[in-house]
Design a protein around this ligand. Structure first.
Ligand code: SF4
Ligand code: SF4
Length: 223
């Protein structure tokens, strides 16, 4: 009797498993609609296979996602805040001070510094987003580009500065001349001022606490 029951139970379980497989097999004729996470029916339309024909089809990414960084260099005031806050030092900025205002950003902030170098090494970036938070002109943003795989890791270093070598050396020369003429226009320093400026001020005496001489060694105990 139990032998017949076992056979019946096996057939029943087999049928239940096969029925589920068959159901999924029939559903797989359909492909799931490509929907963004913000869509209202995102969780409702989950029938069919989820595989998509990447890279011809791509899943939409959320607006607040953190992917590749972009700097709209025309709106950058080269304040260095992003580089300072970056926990992994992947932003490299080489500033050159301008001798006068060089333009305005789209939000009206005056620009007074040129960017000879503005590199972001996305190979080091941990996508924390701190740099975009501190940027005063909001020119540094996270884009929706998440697929930027490369063969050579050095290609993950993205350069945003647009100055040519000639422009860089011209601006440097101009700044040097400006600083020299500013120095020449200053009144001559007095001797103590000159010493202070050149660092020739006598060093302050170093404070040394008086130490007590060590006393006699403790007598050996009798115990
Ligand atoms: S997202 Fe974070 S790690 Fe990446 S560059 Fe900005 S501050 Fe640095
Ligand atoms: S914080 Fe913004 S404005 Fe300042 S240097 Fe970085 S990208 Fe430019």
């Amino acid at each position: 009797m139990s032998y017949t029951k076992n056979i019946a139970s096996t057939i029943r379980s087999l049928w239940m498993g096969l029925r589920i497989t068959l159901k999924h097999f029939l559903k797989s004729r359909k492909t799931q609609q490509i929907l963004g996470i913000n869509e209202t029916n995102y969780f409702a339309n989950r029938e069919g296979i989820a595989t998509i024909q990447y890279p011809y089809e791509m899943q939409p990414v959320p607006d607040n996602g953190r992917y590749r960084l972009h700097n709209e260099i025309d709106d950058c005031i080269v304040c260095d805040k992003c580089a300072k806050i970056c926990p992994v030092n992947c932003i490299d900025i080489e500033p050159i001070k301008a001798t006068e205002e060089i333009g305005r950003t789209s939000d009206g902030t005056p620009k007074r510094i040129y960017a000879a170098t503005f590199d972001i090494d996305m190979g080091k970036c941990c996508f924390c987003g701190l740099c975009t938070t501190v940027c005063p002109t909001e020119c540094l943003t996270m884009t929706k580009v998440y697929d930027f795989s490369v063969i050579d890791i050095r290609e993950h270093n993205f350069a945003f500065a647009e100055m040519s070598e000639t422009e860089i050396s011209d601006k440097r020369k101009k700044l040097e001349e400006h600083q020299k003429s500013k120095l020449a226009a200053q009144p001559a320093r007095t001797e103590p001022e000159e010493k202070k400026a050149t660092g020739a001020v006598p060093a302050k005496p170093v404070f040394k606490p008086k130490m007590k001489p060590p006393g006699p060694p403790n007598p050996p105990s009798n115990t």
